[in-house]
Ligand binder design. Sequence first.
Ligand SMILES: Cc1ncc(COP(=O)(O)O)c(C=O)c1O
Length: 371
Amino acid sequence: MTDRATELRGEGRDIISLSVGEPDFVTPPHVVAAAKAALDAGQTRYTPVGGTSALKRAAALHFARDLGIAATVERITASAGGKQSIFHALLATLDPGDEVLIPAPWWVSYPEIVRFAGAEVVPLATTAADGYRITAARLAAAITPRTRWLLLNSPGNPTGAVYCAALLRELGEVLAAHPQVMVLSDDIYAPLRYTPGIHATLAVECPGLAERILTVSGVSKSHAMTGFRIGVACGPAWLIRAMERLQSHSSGNPCSISQAAAVAAFEGPQDFLAHWRERFRARRDTVVAAINAIPGLSCPVPEGAFYCLVDAAPLMARFGHDEALALHLLEHGVAVVAASAFGGEAGFRISFAADEAVLDEALQRIARALK
Ligand SMILES: Cc1ncc(COP(=O)(O)O)c(C=O)c1O
């Protein structure tokens, strides 16, 4: 959709893109300054494959402060983005015939990586009515002897759904009975969460499973550093070593300059985040209210990240497929992503990582398009 929007813009059409997956805020100045200082200090050479010890210590601080996970540096590795950590973890562990459970709608790269590793995707469908969260019963019913991983993403992309501590403990009880199943907990959006209190994550709620959980995080979303390409992961030392071995033969160490910037991101002031969260929360409330006022559209209130997954099932009789609906909205000047792109159906994702005035205009266009 982003490409098609760019094309239409090239033809002179006025298109608002609500399809991007990155914050529209500027990278904090202390992070940019740290990158410049690293360059000036000549930090331009290879580093240890899984990141400098400074970055691993800074990531340990992040995991403890923001997720409540106490981890030594042997349990931490850094890569060129959360995506690469997920890629290496799955590639290092999956064999053909293995099954991977993925709650749907999902982040687009999960199924592609699983298939690339030769394993099978087992979707666990969720709906707006269940808050886009799986239940313990649903999980229990899907596990087979071939299940190797469960991929959990909270707050979720594209749904914004957040798993609370109680639900994670229920899932943990099911997982306890199936020692062959690892869990990849993708918490990259945790600092952008609108629920009170500390973020709930499986490694903390179910310490008995800690040797089977890989928690993935990073700076891309929380610090508007998508271009720096730094991700971090925390899990059992054997898996961290396997991921680093693979990384040593693929990309090698993550960019040395970006690593220095990520240290500043994790260790520096975090107060800008409260301001960003408030901006995002206000935009979210605007989007949810406007969407729910349009006949045929509805969306639950996302509790994290900067996406709303809109349910448009009542409009499918008119449009046939959600891609047709997304194209219709594009013709009316708004680019969104059809839910089917995320393994969902009959809806679309709005990213509210856009300026307030732009969002207002986009919402008016959507309302007009569906009148
Ligand atoms: C759910 C989720 N996980 C991981 C990532 C990867 O982020 P990055 O590789 O930029 O750190 C993204 C980016 O869109 C995401 O949405």
